[in-house]
Design a protein around this ligand. Structure first.
Ligand code: SAH
Length: 352
């Protein structure tokens, strides 16, 4: 495709002075900053298609997980009011919107002020105007307030796809990835709270130990907590190296597994993800219209346990008329095409 030829197309008349394409060694760019084609999927469609076909997620994009399964569970109807609690790239939202029209409405929530405006622009450019799609920069724990402010008693359909997006994970400036050199930040909303570096500097070893055990089932939580709590790590790769060093007697494979676990546990703590989830689960029945449905995608045991318990309690109390008794998992085919979906677990509940 001509859009993918090496030279950038001639600049538009108002595009300012010509810029050379970024220089990188080798045939393909490796650094996020150099992947300028992947980050403009509208302009470089065939580059993006190649990256997707290779089982990778293009820079600046997120592939929605278990879309068919979610659509089946939610069974959206035109005219309904739905909420996507975790808008991300808008992959799920786009599919929900198509099925809510004509006459329906979608509220899209996210705490991330960096990605949210880009996602809003993308969905608006697909033709979803403010009459059908409302963007809210908000924690999903604030859903009751959002519905109240819109004068709605509840929503017919709610989706929450927990955790981080690929855009957050792949951007070194956000500090989520242990593989990328970047400031140790990890905040989904960088304008609030403290970065992971500060959190680690202040946390006590006992606190960190329970964070590692609870948020990532880390078997060597105590040993790691003693080595990491109170230390000053500037970058994500510095912390990753310290995790490996803290386990000198472990097998190489175990050391490598500890690194993503420490990052996951810290991310959950820094963003207070579990307290937001608990608050959301408590308010959920009241946010759903009678007969309304919710689908939740979770990515680790701490999340799934909370969802499972809240749904079971809601079923016992009569708030829900039905809940998923088994989790649904992505197909082997989806896991091959998108390894980032591998840990996903889907549960649903229906309001009585
Ligand atoms: N389903 C989306 C991807 C979601 S990724 C898609 O198809 O593109 C998870 C998103 O949830 C991230 O953008 C993250 O910023 C957001 N998020 C995580 N916790 C949140 C919370 N408590 N409230 C609102 N948004 C949250």
């Amino acid at each position: 495709m001509s859009e993918d030829s090496e030279a950038l197309p001639a600049p538009a008349p108002d595009a300012g002075p010509h810029k050379r394409r970024p220089r990188y060694g080798g045939k393909y760019p490796r650094r996020f900053e150099d992947k300028y084609k992947e980050r403009q999927p509208e302009r470089y469609q065939s580059t993006v298609a190649k990256v997707l076909a290779s089982g990778k997620t293009p820079a600046g994009m997120h592939r929605p997980i278990m879309v068919q399964e979610i659509l089946q569970v939610l069974a959206l109807q035109p005219g309904q009011v739905a909420v996507d609690c975790t808008l991300g790239y808008g992959g799920h939202a786009q599919e929900l919107l198509k099925r809510l029209l004509p006459g329906g409405r979608l509220f899209g929530l996210d705490v991330d002020p960096v990605e949210l405006p880009k996602t809003e622009l993308r969905l608006r450019s697909l033709g979803f105007g403010p009459e059908v799609f409302t963007v809210c920069r908000s924690n999903y724990a604030g859903l009751p307030r959002i519905l109240g402010a819109a004068g709605l008693p509840g929503a017919d359909r709610i989706l929450a796809d927990l955790g981080v997006s690929s855009m957050q994970l792949d951007d070194p400036a956000r500090g989520f990835s242990y593989k990328l050199e970047g400031p140790l930040d990890m905040r989904m909303n960088p304008q609030r709270g403290q970065p992971a570096s500060e959190f680690l500097r202040k946390v006590l070893p006992e606190q960190l130990e329970s964070i590692l055990a609870e948020n990532a089932d880390e078997p060597r939580a105590a040993q790691l907590a003693r080595a990491l709590a109170g230390k000053d790590f500037k970058t994500a790769t510095e912390l990753a190296a310290a995790v490996r060093q803290a386990l000198p007697n472990s097998k190489e494979r175990e050391r490598e597994l500890a690194v993503p676990r420490v990052f996951q546990a810290l991310r959950i703590a820094v963003n207070e993800e579990l307290s937001a989830l608990e608050s959301f689960l408590r308010e959920l029945p009241a946010c759903l219209n009678p007969g309304g449905r919710v689908a939740i995608l979770s990515f680790h045991s701490g999340e799934d346990r909370r969802v499972k318990r809240a749904f079971a309690a809601g079923l016992r109390s009569g708030a829900y008329s039905g809940v998923a008794h088994e989790i649904a998992r992505p197909t082997a085919e989806e896991c091959r095409a998108n390894p980032r979906c591998t840990a996903a677990k889907l549960r649903w509940a229906q309001r009585a």
